[in-house]
Design a protein around this ligand. Structure first.
Ligand code: SF4
Length: 122
């Protein structure tokens, strides 16, 4: 039972990453195919889609089986691109952390670099 719960949690993270990596909008059948290829069953996939929808992270666009999962834009730049949103290590990442920390994270550094460049251009 506990293992099943972990699988559902992982499906949410995988789906969120998939949407972010594909222009913030994916066809539901592509999302299902992707999650299925990662070993998730239909129940876990439905749970992942429903969870992100209930959390107001995505909306449905379209009709019937022909709909897209579209990320809802809540934050503006630069926070919109913050890599920590959706990071699977967020719960174990903190300043000075042994395993994960912002000061040693490549993704966070790249994001900071983009923010610095944006600020320097005014
Ligand atoms: S700093 Fe890096 S590892 Fe930590 S939560 Fe953000 S993206 Fe994840």
């Amino acid at each position: 039972m506990f293992y099943g719960f972990i699988m559902k949690e992982d499906a949410v993270i995988h789906l969120w990453r998939f949407i972010n990596q594909n222009g913030n909008s994916v066809h539901v059948s592509d999302a299902r195919k992707f999650l299925s290829s990662r070993g998730f069953n239909r129940e876990a996939i439905d749970y992942a889609i429903d969870t992100l929808h209930k959390l107001f992270f995505l909306e449905y666009r379209g009709d019937g089986d022909e709909y897209f999962l579209k990320k809802i834009k809540i934050l503006e730049e630069p926070l919109e691109d913050l890599p920590c949103l959706g990071c699977e290590h967020l719960h174990e990442c903190h300043i000075g952390g042994d395993r994960y920390s912002p000061e040693r994270c490549q993704y966070f550094e790249e994001w900071m670099q983009k923010v610095r460049i944006r600020l320097s251009r005014g």
